[in-house]
Design a protein around this ligand. Structure first.
Ligand code: ASP
Ligand code: MG
Length: 256
């Protein structure tokens, strides 16, 4: 068994989502971890911050809403379109109430910020699951808060192995469809939403792979390997043909 993880850039456009579906179909694998659509987590965090400062959170919220609805209309046909739209609307309604609440109390705790951030992956997983269904693959969005249990270090929570392993095993033991699992988000034992830290979807994939003793994790992204630099900043950056684990580990200290 392999776990396939797709980050924000792999879910960022209708074309990218179509190739995601093609890659999964060809792999025959069933457990997929997804990030929020690119830029969504940043937008969510800034909407919450704006709300807490009495700023114009509504326009950031509107851009998040448009982003998801336009993805749905570019990708999906009836009845999948209606299903995804309904689920998306429900999540967005909740999110806007939450932001309104933050703007009223003018208070933003790390705990509330994690809850706001969690909407990115919950929104993307639903849309991606319907994209699979439309191509005849039966898929379900799976909320990782059901089985990834952490402490309450909001913003960068630590997973609790002994709580998580049995939950993951039991959830996947009788799950027959393609599972489109939300990356990044988790829950305390009391059911309070947490996140694993920015870029945490890779870690979600790693946790699932460890719990299920997967043979491999594949992290799909928009570059072909580890590069000498961020290609957005350094145009002639190139893929490093070979790197030791130790060197890769060293580089990872500087981010993704
Ligand atoms: N969406 C989250 C972030 O932007 C997690 C991830 O993409 O891995 O940090
Ligand atoms: Mg990442």
């Amino acid at each position: 068994m392999k776990i396939l993880k797709f980050g924000g850039t792999s879910t960022g456009s209708p074309e990218a989502l179509k190739s995601l579906v093609r890659i999964v179909r060809q792999s025959g694998e069933k457990i997929i971890v997804v990030s929020a659509l690119s830029g969504t987590t940043d937008a969510l965090l800034s909407s919450a911050k704006l709300a807490s400062e009495g700023g114009d959170w509504q326009s950031v919220f509107a851009s998040i809403r448009e982003r998801h609805y336009s993805m749905i209309s570019a990708l999906l046909q009836p009845p999948y379109k209606e299903i995804a739209t309904g689920e998306t609307r429900e999540l967005l309604d909740e999110l806007s109430s939450l932001l309104l609440g933050i703007s009223l109390v003018r208070d933003l705790s790390p705990r509330t910020l994690d809850l706001v951030a969690s909407y990115g992956e919950r929104l993307s997983a639903g849309i991606i699951a319907e994209t699979f269904s439309q191509t005849g693959l039966i898929a379900e969005a799976v909320d990782a808060r059901k089985f990834i249990i952490t402490d309450d270090k909001f913003g960068a929570a630590h997973w609790l192995e002994s709580e998580t392993i049995p939950r993951v095993e039991s959830f996947f033991s009788d799950f027959e469809h393609i599972a489109v699992v939300t990356g990044f988000i988790a829950s305390t034992i009391e059911g309070i939403t947490t996140t694993l830290g920015r870029g945490g979807s890779d870690f979600t994939a790693s946790i699932l792979a460890a719990c299920l003793e997967a043979e491999e994790i594949q992290i799909w992204t928009d570059v072909d390997g580890i590069m000498t630099a961020d290609p957005r900043a350094v145009p002639d950056a190139f893929v490093i043909p070979e790197i030791s684990y130790l060197e890769a580990m060293e580089m990872s200290h500087f981010g993704a």
